[in-house]
Write a protein that binds this ligand. Structure first.
Ligand code: MG
Length: 304
């Protein structure tokens, strides 16, 4: 464990009789607290790292090795942390993205061509993108926002400094709403299955009008970097998953834009199942301290 969680440690340290005194309801609340708040925001990063080596070398093997020496964090992690940094410091999203990406100018997999020009520019301007980069980096605002209205307002700001096409903004909106709605829904509902996930995602489907009844044969082995070609697929995968790890494996082994699809899927799946502790620990090993510090501060700011 890299981060301490005083409340959980306190509960674990209680004697069995004292735990019983808390009662079933108290335990359920604590379990939900644990599931939903233990290092939030890692879902996107884990998806990115797990998918990194398959971005340009697609795999259809569901049982691929999640974390190996060939994996690394890519642009999805850098941009997610840039947004988290801006949220924490009430900073400018454009400046934070520009600064973080210039700090890591050559990540594994590189940046998309137009985004790379934006990173290199001394006067970066939005370029009407509807790329899936708008969706993969948005997750921190969903955890930080206190209302659905705030989710929408902040998600728009994360997107429009580069992805100011209506589909780019919609991709950010839909992903952020999915995270926010699922976190809220599954903090109150303990049954997780296809029906309840569908119920939790109903709002985002109505908002976006995305068709998430996807025909697998139409999307497998297809490298689609757009929001409208990626976010509905991510929602479909989440709806048909049985755990956080299953969701990540399905996303990566679809043979599509592995790291970014898995980053979007991971950010939503985290809000449903939480993340297994061993996956968090393995993923953190890939990150420099500057990134881990952002994650720790973000957690302390919005949860502790
Ligand atoms: Mg990437």
């Amino acid at each position: 464990m890299i981060l301490t969680q005083d409340k959980l440690k306190h509960f674990v340290s209680l004697k069995k009789t004292e735990q019983n005194l808390i009662g079933a309801l108290g335990k359920r609340v604590l379990n939900n607290f644990k599931k939903h708040t233990d290092l939030i925001m890692l879902g996107a990063i884990i998806g990115d790292i797990a998918g990194s080596r398959w971005e340009f070398n697609p795999t259809r093997d569901y049982n691929f090795t999640l974390f190996s020496e060939h994996n690394d964090f890519t642009d999805d992690t850098i941009c997610t942390l840039a947004i988290a940094d801006a949220v924490l410091n009430n900073g400018d999203y454009s400046e934070a993205l520009h600064q973080w990406c210039n700090q890591y100018p050559h990540p594994m997999g590189g940046y998309g061509a137009r985004f790379a020009s934006w990173v290199r520019s001394s006067n970066p301007q939005p370029f009407t993108s509807y790329g899936n980069g708008a969706a993969m980096r948005v997750s921190p605002v969903a955890w930080a926002a206190k209302s659905r209205e705030e989710v929408l307002r902040l998600a728009r700001r994360t997107a429009e400094c580069t992805h100011n096409h209506s589909e780019g903004i919609k991709g950010a909106h839909a992903t952020a709403i999915a995270i926010y709605d699922c976190a809220k829904f599954f903090a109150e509902n303990t049954v997780i299955n296809k029906e309840t996930i569908t119920q939790a995602l109903q709002g985002v489907v109505e908002f976006s009008n995305y068709n998430i009844n996807i025909d697998k044969s139409a999307v497998e082995n297809v490298f689609d970097e757009t929001c409208q070609g990626t976010v509905p697929v991510a929602l479909w995968i989440v709806t048909n998953s049985t755990s956080f790890e299953d969701a990540i494996r399905q996303a990566v082994s679809l043979g599509a834009d592995a790291d970014t699809l898995a980053a979007i899927v991971g950010s939503i799946a985290e809000a449903i199942w939480g993340i297994p502790q061993d996956m968090k620990e393995r993923a953190l090993e890939y990150l420099p301290n500057s990134m881990k510090n952002i994650i720790e501060t973000f957690y302390k700011t919005y949860i502790d």
